[in-house]
Unconditional design. Structure first.
Length: 306
């Protein structure tokens, strides 16, 4: 029986920052764990160093996810930006940032692997994924997210040349239907669209009034998919569809909401299993999860029940 996804295929499970529920996010061990679990795709976030290198971090600030606060040699780098007092990736060279060690930023999650793994470069992640594909004899989807691109461009740091060069060097191009470049920044998607045929994802956040910060029709002019905040898809009171999945599908876009977490379930759901089943029933084409093993099990349950 076909599913009510855009393609009629089962929704994909995208390992959010690797298996970040179990290991410090964006580390080699987190990505290796996600591949071992059988995730269909992985999602890294990219920021830039002062010397223009792409590194894998969720935030430009480093205080929550690395040991930088314990490194006296970097004490003077602390700065207030965007109202936050922290250390910032764009104030470090690649060599400096590589001396930092990753930590688990989520309260309540295991810290047993803290301080064991360095900050990954984009290049290292691409090598890990290609080697993972070769060992497993299958392709692994790739959804890199570009963080704060236009702000960094104002500092003279442009994501586009090193991003497209690195992807091309490792054989990632428009022929890959499981490759999506993502950003919340619509201006960035406009800027990169003429330069590549790689699929784009417009990430969407609630504008505060229950609507996406970029209208779907505007997103569809550039993007093959949307990555909406999951609350945009289900009504808060009734848990019925808001119609966004249906509208996105009518515009030809896949829908990959974020983020499903075993330890942080959406309002109104008793557990992540019930939550994910509700979203699969909507017809989402994939979902981001910190716990890919859980998401894969729930998907299997959902598909088996059709």
């Amino acid at each position: 029986m076909p599913l009510n996804t855009l393609t009629g295929k089962a929704p994909i499970v995208i390992a959010h920052r690797g298996a970040s529920g179990y290991a410090p996010e964006h580390t080699a061990v987190a990505y290796a764990m996600a591949l071992d679990m059988g995730a269909d795709a992985v999602e890294p976030d990219l920021v830039m160093t002062r010397d223009g290198a792409l590194v894998v971090r969720h935030d430009r600030y480093l205080g929550t996810s690395t040991d930088v606060a314990d490194r006296p040699e970097f004490a003077a780098r602390r700065a207030v930006k965007d109202g936050r007092d922290d250390w910032w990736a764009e104030d470090f060279t690649l060599a400096e940032i590589r001396t930092l060690r990753a930590r688990q930023p989520f309260p309540g999650r295991s810290r047993d692997m803290d301080d064991h793994y360095p900050v990954m470069t984009f290049e290292e992640l691409l090598v890990l994924l290609r080697e993972g594909e070769a060992r497993r004899g299958r392709t692994i989807g790739f959804h890199p997210e570009i963080k704060h691109p236009d702000h960094l461009l104002s500092l003279g740091l442009d994501f586009i040349p090193p991003l497209l060069r690195a992807l091309a060097d490792h054989g990632y191009g428009p022929d890959r239907d499981d490759l999506y470049i993502q950003s919340f920044d619509h201006a960035f998607l406009r800027r990169i669209r003429p330069l590549t045929g790689i699929r784009l994802t417009q990430l969407l956040v609630d504008d505060g009034a229950g609507a996406p910060h970029v209208p779907l029709e505007q997103a569809a002019a550039l993007a093959a998919a949307i990555g909406p905040q999951k609350s945009l898809l289900l009504g808060a009171a009734t848990k019925g569809s808001t119609g966004m999945v249906e509208r996105a599908h009518a515009l030809g876009m896949q829908v990959h909401p974020w983020t499903f977490r075993d330890d942080s379930v959406g309002p109104g759901f008793a557990d992540v299993r019930r939550e994910m089943l509700a979203y699969f029933a909507l017809g989402i084409d994939g979902g981001f999860s910190d716990f890919a093993d859980t998401a894969l099990a729930v998907r299997a349950e959902y598909v088996a029940g059709l």
